[in-house]
Ligand binder design. Structure first.
Ligand SMILES: [Zn+2]
Length: 241
């Protein structure tokens, strides 16, 4: 346990928090700039397993912000290059590489993962992941960046607004460029949110968090569940999985 001594010394984590992290199954969809940094954080913190989903290959223009990859990885599937890199960081983490897209037809079963993280730059993919997480009642951390700004939402299906309730992620621009420090800052917040879900913290649940990388500010926008939401509308905290 010496490996995790520093975080375990914090009352917010402790031995119980580490036990929860070490037993957790985490799904990461998207291994670009956001997925690189957050999966690096989660592997370093010692989550039990990481499933890494991305259909793309490493390209030269990824290397300015996608810190899991090196020049030697160019042309390799990101999922496999990321899995190789993270296995070298922490052999205690079970890592599965899935070099395919998360599509509208992908379903998630209850208990399949303890938390999912949507780190994609596509609105359509965010909605696909949101739908699957609502269907499987799997907590979801969803984030995105555009320019110097980032957004973050924590979704507990049946309890909080989902991505669709919040407007379907339309505040996030598809495929928008963003500089490495903003990408890294937002992805660190996403990793912290995922760790918080796993450790059972009371996180901001009914709001969209906006990160302003120009003014160095965080803003919290209240969100409401939509009763007619096609993804989570019928769910309650008591809805059986
Ligand atoms: Zn919803």
């Amino acid at each position: 346990m010496g490996r995790y001594m520093r975080q375990m010394s914090l009352p917010e984590f402790g031995a119980e928090g580490q036990r929860r992290l070490s037993g957790a199954k985490v799904l990461v969809v998207g291994l670009g700039g956001l997925g690189s940094v957050l999966s690096h954080c989660l592997a370093g913190m010692g989550v039990g397993s990481l499933t890494l989903v991305d259909p793309d290959r490493v390209e030269l223009h990824n290397l300015d912000r996608q810190f899991l990859y090196t020049e030697e990885d160019i042309g390799e599937p990101k999922a496999q290059a990321a899995a190789r890199r993270l296995a070298r960081l922490n052999h205690e983490v079970g890592i599965e590489a899935v070099p395919r897209a998360f599509t509208a037809g992908t379903a998630l079963a209850p208990g399949q993962y303890d938390v999912a993280v949507a780190a994609t730059d596509s609105r359509e993919s965010r909605l696909d992941i949101n739908r699957a997480c609502c269907g499987g009642r799997i907590p979801l951390v969803c984030g995105g960046v555009a320019g110097l700004y980032g957004t973050l939402q924590v979704i507990l299906p049946g309890r909080t607004p989902c991505v669709r309730c919040a407007g379907g992620g339309e505040t996030w621009t598809d495929h928008a460029p963003s500089p490495a420090p903003v990408v890294s800052a937002l992805s660190a917040l996403m990793a912290q949110a995922a760790a918080g879900v796993l450790c059972g913290w009371e996180l901001p649940q009914n709001e969209l968090i906006l990160f302003d990388g120009k003014r160095f500010e965080l803003e919290h926008i209240p969100l409401r569940r939509r009763e007619d939401c096609p993804h989570c509308g019928g769910l309650t905290e008591e809805t059986p999985c």
